[in-house]
Design a protein around this ligand. Structure first.
Ligand SMILES: C[S@@+](CC[C@H](N)C(=O)[O-])C[C@H]1O[C@@H](n2cnc3c(N)ncnc32)[C@H](O)[C@@H]1O
Length: 329
């Protein structure tokens, strides 16, 4: 029964669409709902009464938990205020794993501390059976001198060549700032945010469901990483934009046989267990403590990344920019 939903974007109300998805059938669910902050959506009123909003949230959160497999995970993204209520709902139905703080400046809210992060609640349907993979991200370095920003003292020789394990505070993924990189949508998420979530909680071929797909961030991340997707959105224009974008995507976010997440053409999330295979593609500093000032890079960038859509896109962009700057034909 789930087959007809696989790799489709359904236009409609998520509560109605959830009825077609069998219980315990998808590997992860991710939701980035309207925040009830009066945002300008084309076909949705983003400003309803407090109780009404929370009641509605509890309904779709319950559906998310129901359709998730016992090995699966549930992720919900929102501002800290709404997450305090969401935890109350989720604690009754699933097992708490983390509350991820995603460092991203948000709009000033009047007389309050300046909001500077969003939260992502991360629950396991059943903690004992939950599928989870440790992930790593690149070290933060000084842009000018290239040295590691964090002082690891005498422990540099033992550092992992790629970078630290990802914690529950994410400071290395930025919101989409420039209009030229976003669709006609008021709150599109970065694709590599979803790729990180997908890499740590699913395997190739697993099913990712997003009931508030917007312009398709989750579906694109899933497709790039060789996963399946099921997406809903109430807005016809957004679903059309998503379909169009998906038709230009391929499952090529890979190095060798290993799925990784790129931003531009830099690898920004890898699974710890894949490092042994991945490390063969990199020039590693020797001795290891040179990591302090030498950033690892590919032995042959174009050979390693030539098949990746991200690399082709970047090359096409730089060729275009070259033409514009230097009037090259
Ligand atoms: C915060 S946005 C999601 C943005 C998305 N994460 C992205 O990166 O593009 C919320 C989305 O929920 C959709 N929406 C609102 N009410 C809905 C409902 N009842 N069922 C399905 N989608 C709904 C809106 O059209 C909007 O696109």
């Amino acid at each position: 029964m789930i087959e007809k939903y696989i790799n489709t974007i359904r236009q409609g109300d998520c509560l109605a669409l959830f009825k077609g998805i069998p219980d315990d059938s998808v590997d992860i669910t991710f939701a980035d709902p309207p925040f009830n902050l009066g945002k300008k959506y084309t076909s949705y009123e983003d400003s309803v009464e407090f109780e009404e909003y929370l009641h509605w949230c509890e309904m779709w959160i319950s559906e998310m938990v129901l359709v998730t497999k016992p090995t699966g995970s549930i992720f919900v993204h929102n501002i800290p205020r709404w997450l305090t209520y969401y935890s109350g709902f989720l604690n009754k139905m699933a097992d708490f794993k983390h509350r991820i703080s995603w460092d991203a400046p948000t709009a000033p809210m009047g007389k309050s501390l300046q909001p500077a992060h969003y939260g992502i609640l991360y629950y396991a349907k059943d903690a004992k059976q939950n599928k989870y993979y440790e992930i790593r991200y690149p070290y933060k370095r000084c842009r000018k001198c290239g040295y590691l920003l964090k002082d690891y003292g005498g422990k540099k020789a033992g550092l992992h060549p790629f970078g630290p394990l990802v914690s529950d505070v994410w400071t290395d993924i930025h919101r989409i700032k420039h209009n030229k990189y976003r669709d006609e949508h008021p709150c599109q998420l970065p694709i590599h945010l979803l790729e990180r979530i997908i890499l740590m909680s699913t395997d190739e071929g697993d099913i990712v469901l997003d009931p508030f797909a917007g312009t398709g961030t989750t579906a694109i991340a899933a497709k790039r990483l060789g996963r399946k997707y099921i997406c809903f959105d109430i807005d016809e224009v957004y679903t059309e934009i998503t379909e169009k974008k998906l038709s230009q995507e391929e499952g090529s976010s890979r190095i060798g046989t290993v799925w990784v997440s790129f931003f531009s053409s830099e690898v920004i999330t890898v699974r710890h267990e894949n490092w042994e295979e991945l490390s063969m593609f990199y020039e590693l500093p020797y001795p290891n403590n040179k990591i302090d000032y030498i950033k690892i890079d590919f032995k042959n960038r174009s050979e390693v990344l030539g098949h990746c859509a991200c690399f082709k896109r970047r090359n096409a962009r730089s060729r275009m920019e070259e033409k514009l700057l230097f009037h090259v034909e």
